[in-house]
Write a protein that binds this ligand. Sequence first.
Ligand SMILES: [Zn+2]
Length: 163
Amino acid sequence: MALNIVSRQQWGAVPPKTKDSLKGIVQRVVIHHTANPRCKDQKDCVSRILSIQRNHMTERGFDDIGYNFLVAEDGTVYEGRGWGVQGAHAKYNNHDSLGIAFMGNFNDDTPSIEAKSSVKQLLQSGVCQGFINPKFSLIGHRDLGSTDCPGNNLYPVLTQLSP
Ligand SMILES: [Zn+2]
C-alpha cells in the first residue's frame, strides 16, 4: 500500500513561530503516543491534530506541533514538523532525533497493522532520502525520561517498526 502523507497545508497547520533545522542526519527515532482518544477518519484526525498543535503552541509554549510526524489508526501519516526539522518531543534529545507519534492512547488501544506498516514505510523513506542514518536506533519515549509514553501496548512492538 502506498504511503498516504497529509501535508501541513492539507490539514491547515498554523505556521511555526520559529523553525530550527536538525544539524545532521537523524541518529535516533523516538516513538510516542498522543495519549488522546484515537481518531476514526481524516476529518476527525485533522481536528484532533489542530487541537494538538494549539495545545503545544499555546499551553506548552512550543514553536509548533512537537512531533515530526503523526500516524492515525487507518495508516494515514500527518506531517508535523516534517523532515530535517528539530522537534519538541523528548527533552534534551531533540537535537539528533525524530519524533513520531501514534494517535491514540496505547495503554488502552492496540496499534493497528496499518499504522505500524505506515511508520515502517515512513522510516524506510527517511533513510532513502538521507534524513535518517541507516543504522539509526528506534526507541520509545520512556527510554529517555520518566513517562509511560508510548504506552504499554505499543512499547513492546517497537521492534516490528524497523525497516
Ligand atoms: Zn512521548
